[in-house]
Design a protein around this ligand. Structure first.
Ligand code: ZN
Length: 198
């Protein structure tokens, strides 16, 4: 079953989502929500989905970047974006810490802003403390594309969308992104953005 994905303008996307207790995490309704979020993310398809995107103001996000998707990218793009397969996992009540690094700018999209993309600067390295779907504590250290996914999803749990952080002049339709920008490296994107500003 695929859940409805709320689009920008829905108030739930702008609220700070609620924390969950371990008891709540283990309850059947939350376990079922996680399962439905997984199906919805895969069906969309997307590499992450946060509970507010399906209308639930809860601090839960599911993440998965499959090897099928990554293997479909050209080698240089995969390396430039630092994409590596990320197995399915769940983050609950996450606390994000930025490791010292220069931000990296890349295009990203969002299932709640369907049909568009923009360049968003994100930290290169992050550390996330959270609970998993069993209510166990975990620490995630990530870099590159995975770090970007984590920052994007955790933003959703705080009512923030990528449009709040994007380079506004880079905002475009998904169609134009795929036509003109999809194969550009981060260096080429940076150069173009700066050229456009001059
Ligand atoms: Zn999103």
């Amino acid at each position: 079953m695929r859940l409805k994905i709320y689009q920008a303008g829905a108030p739930v996307l702008r609220k700070r989502a609620c924390l969950l207790s371990v008891e709540e995490i283990k309850s059947p309704p939350i376990q079922q929500l996680i399962e439905l979020m997984r199906e919805t993310m895969r069906d969309a398809p997307g590499v992450g989905l946060a509970a507010p995107q399906v209308g639930e103001s809860l601090q839960i996000a599911v993440i998965e970047d499959s090897s099928e998707r990554i293997n479909g990218l050209p080698d240089d793009i995969r390396d430039d974006r630092e994409c590596a397969p990320v197995p399915f996992h769940v983050i609950i009540n996450p606390v994000l810490t930025f490791e010292q690094s220069t931000p990296v700018s890349f295009f990203e999209g969002c299932l709640s802003i369907a049909g568009y993309a923009a360049v968003v600067p994100r930290a290169h390295f992050v550390r996330v403390e959270c609970l998993n779907e069993d209510g166990d504590s975990q620490v995630i250290k990530a870099q590159g594309w995975y770090a970007r996914i984590l920052q994007h999803e955790i933003d959703h749990l705080h009512g923030t969308l990528y449009v709040d952080r994007m380079n506004t002049r880079s905002f475009m339709t998904q169609e134009n992104y795929l036509k003109n920008w999809h194969t550009k490296t981060s260096a080429e994107i940076e150069t173009s953005l700066h050229a456009d500003h001059s």
